[in-house]
Design a protein around this ligand. Structure first.
Ligand SMILES: NC(=O)c1ccc[n+]([C@@H]2O[C@H](COP(=O)([O-])OP(=O)(O)OC[C@H]3O[C@@H](n4cnc5c(N)ncnc54)[C@H](OP(=O)(O)O)[C@@H]3O)[C@@H](O)[C@H]2O)c1
Length: 419
């Protein structure tokens, strides 16, 4: 399928970039909806270097700002184009164990606000355009929302991940927030949104599906993780395991998304959770129709969508994030002593679940939930993360200085030779 107008959110890097690049190759008119103009332009340059005829354009979109989303839709409508496909891909994952909340412009918890509410509003504001295409003879317009298998604690055997609590939508209640729970909730909301959207679009020629692209450690999704974790991601998970079925390359992950956009077999198919190229079963909570409707209603209220009762959001007072350093040192000492004595080291939450399992079982599970494996290995505390990053920056600066000096001396030598 060629010549379609397609918006890809978060197309400046990772899966979004690869999806945009691939769709341009297919001769589509692709709009890279990104928050950073500089990054988006770099992405477009890269696409055009490979494919000078690519129809790739940038339009500014910050999913963490209602004003920006509205402006984006205005700008898009001003182009006079109608939309064939919306790819709700952009997303953020904060460090899994981080207990310091971050917020969007409207005080939504950042992960839920960006991954779900941003796309909820964007999609709703673009529906007229999508319906125009869907309503044509043989019309075919599609909304694809990128979710993750991490939304399902049952599949991933994550006893410490809680269901999405509608009375605590942003995890504002004391002691309930951490980065992993927020990410899981946002990805569950992506699916519930998709199911309800599909029902609401019935008969319009516009379909709505959610897709899990698999575990792709090669993207920037874990940019907020510690230096150690990033190293594990890049060199162990991405580098060494890419030849196994446990992880996928960025191209493979992007292909899983693109299949839903380009394949004829998905035409007219709607309200599905797609995994490994086929319809999958999403978590129990996401299948609860009443909950889907409530999530929709609440989301409409939060983003002040026309026709919904507006809900104002007040951020909670900051919680104590870290134990005092001294206390942490004591804990580490105790851990070390316990190990010396041959005691089992206490393990937290999901990390402990694998302990009774055979290596074989572990491997099978890893295949299923590679992304979560990546997330759960996060253990370095914030202080260590900062130190690692600083050390890395210092090292990079020194290398740059060395290179500059080397260049200078080469130039001098050349000048001397000429003389
Ligand atoms: N990688 C995996 O293993 C995996 C597995 C399952 C699902 N997913 C999903 O795949 C999607 C893409 O992630 P990725 O792995 O490709 O990670 P990525 O490389 O970090 O890409 C995320 C993209 O989202 C953009 N973004 C973040 N916040 C935004 C905002 N407020 N407004 C607009 N754009 C924003 C980023 O833009 P900037 O560059 O400006 O930050 C970036 O382009 C996400 O929805 C993620 O949940 C990933």
């Amino acid at each position: 399928m060629t010549g379609r107008v397609i918006i890809v959110t978060g197309a400046s890097s990772g899966l979004g970039y690869e999806v945009a690049r691939y769709l341009c190759e297919g001769g589509n008119d692709v709009i890279l909806a990104c928050r950073s103009e500089e990054k988006a332009n770099r992405a477009i340059e890269k696409i055009k270097r490979q494919n000078p005829n690519a129809l790739a354009t940038y339009m500014q979109l910050d999913l963490a700002s209602i004003e920006s989303i509205k402006k984006f839709v205005e700008d898009f409508n001003a182009t006079g184009k109608s939309l064939h496909v919306l790819v709700n891909n952009g997303g953020v994952a904060l460090s899994p164990k981080d207990t310091k909340r971050q917020f969007t412009k409207e005080n939504f918890e950042l992960t839920m606000g960006t991954n779900h509410l941003g796309h909820f509003l964007l999609t709703n504001l673009l529906l007229d355009s999508l319906k125009k295409i869907g309503g044509e003879e043989n019309g075919d317009a599609r909304v694809i929302t990128v979710t993750s298998s991490i939304h399902d604690p049952e599949v991933n055997r994550r006893k410490n991940l809680q269901p999405l609590d509608l009375d605590n939508f942003f995890l504002f209640n004391k002691g309930t927030y951490n980065g992993l729970q927020a990410y899981k909730n946002s990805k569950a909301a992506n699916i519930m949104f998709t199911y309800e959207l599909a029902r609401r679009l019935d008969g319009t020629g516009v379909t709505a599906n959610a897709v899990c692209p698999g575990f792709i450690p090669g993207t920037d999704l874990m940019r907020n993780a510690s230096g150690t974790q990033k190293f594990i991601n890049r060199y162990i998970l991405h580098g060494m395991l890419r030849f196994t079925k446990m992880t996928r390359s960025v191209a493979q992950g992007a292909q899983a998304i693109c299949n839903l956009i380009t394949e004829e077999k998905w035409k007219g198919v709607t309200g599905k959770y797609v995994k490994d190229g086929a319809e999958g079963k999403s978590s129990e909570e996401t299948l609860d129709e009443e909950k889907q409707k409530k999530v929709w209603e609440m989301s409409g209220g939060y983003v002040h969508l026309e026709g919904y009762e507006q809900i104002e959001v007040t951020p909670p007072p900051p919680e104590e994030e870290e134990k005092p350093k001294k206390e942490k040192k004591e804990e580490k000492k105790e851990d070390g002593e316990a190990q010396k004595d041959g005691e089992a080291k206490p393990v937290e939450g999901e990390a402990g679940e694998g302990d009774n399992k055979t290596d074989e079982t572990k491997t099978d599970e890893q295949k299923k939930d590679g992304e979560e494996d990546e997330l759960k290995k996060e253990s370095t505390d914030k202080e260590e993360i900062k130190k690692e990053d600083e050390a890395k920056e210092e090292k990079e600066e020194k290398t740059e200085e060395k290179e500059e000096k080397k260049e200078e001396s080469t130039e001098k030598t050349e000048e001397e030779k000429k003389e």
